[in-house]
Ligand binder design. Structure first.
Ligand code: MBD
Ligand code: FE
Length: 286
């Protein structure tokens, strides 16, 4: 048997891996949504559906196509992908609208907690021949009042130069391009990685079918995912993008904000690019 590479990735496999991860994450364990709230939200969403059906006289063929497609979303394990691509951005928006510090962005389906902790200056775990332009990413983590946050943790994960995430495509080392950098006593951090490439969400599953059937595209701009934490402060979940990327203005996941776009410059002391970006964390809600 030949061993699989990342290029053998299948939507249903990455989808099912994301579904398993979500089930195991404990995110739903303690949630009890009050009956009144469930009724209110379910009624409003269904009313919006009825309105669309009446307005556009949705046919039985269209109704059945939708039913079949919804069944496939589940079979392909793509509910996490669907929810994160088409819904999470507005949840993120309303959840963080009172923040004074850093803008954030959506988590997406491919976060894995517990990545290796690395002292600054750090290099993310990567293969010897990892593709992509080397990137030195550095900055400082501060509170809203400017106080440096010593020992802040910067978790980072991103796709490789071919658009694949470790643990969601075969053949990649377990923690490839995933790590948790601990800032120094002045809140400063530096980490070495490679610049990711623009990324297409899986096209061979149910979400890809919707995209093709609607004549959309599947692209997200190249992005780094981050979670920044420090004691007494709110978790910042963010993504950082790259100036000049052709998908900044038409991200399929609607997750780009102007404050999150990096503009790296070429290094003069080594190969690759470098960029500085500081994180400002809001105090924990009291
Ligand atoms: C991704 O890499 C991603 O960041 C999001 C939001 C959805 C699908 C794949
Ligand atoms: Fe991503």
């Amino acid at each position: 048997m030949t061993s699989l590479t990342e290029f053998d990735a299948k939507a249903a496999e990455s989808g099912n891996a994301a579904t398993e991860r979500f089930r195991d994450s404990g995110k739903t364990a303690a949630i009890e949504v009050p009956k009144e709230r469930v009724s209110l939200l379910a009624n409003e969403v269904l009313s919006a559906v009825y309105e669309t059906v009446r307005k556009h006289k949705v046919s039985y063929d269209e109704f059945n196509a939708l039913k079949a497609w919804l069944i496939n979303v589940g079979e392909d394990g793509e509910w996490p992908l669907f929810m994160d691509v088409w819904v999470e951005h507005v949840i993120e928006e309303v959840s963080t609208e009172d923040r004074e510090g850093n803008k954030g962005s959506i988590e997406g389906p491919y976060y894995i907690p517990g990545s290796p902790e690395l002292a600054t200056p750090a290099t993310l775990p990567m293969r010897e021949d990892e593709g992509g332009t080397p990137l030195l990413f550095q900055g400082q983590v501060r509170a809203v009042d400017g106080t440096p946050l010593a020992g802040a943790k910067i978790e980072i994960w991103h796709a490789d130069d071919n658009g694949f995430y470790s643990q969601f495509a075969p053949g990649l080392p377990e923690w490839n391009l995933r790590g948790a950098v601990i800032a120094d006593a002045d809140g400063n951090f530096a980490l070495n990685t490679v610049q990711p490439a623009p990324y297409q969400i899986p096209t061979d599953g149910a979400c890809g079918k919707l995209i093709a059937a609607a004549g959309w595209h599947a692209w997200r701009p190249a992005h780094l995912h981050l979670k920044v934490t420090a004691p007494g402060h709110q978790l910042l979940t963010a993504q950082l993008y790259f100036d000049g990327d052709q998908h900044l203005s038409d991200d399929i996941a609607s997750a780009v904000k102007p404050e999150l776009v990096l503009n790296p410059s070429e290094r003069t002391d080594a190969a690759g690019n470098e960029v500085t970006y500081d994180f400002v964390l809001d105090a924990a809600r009291s």
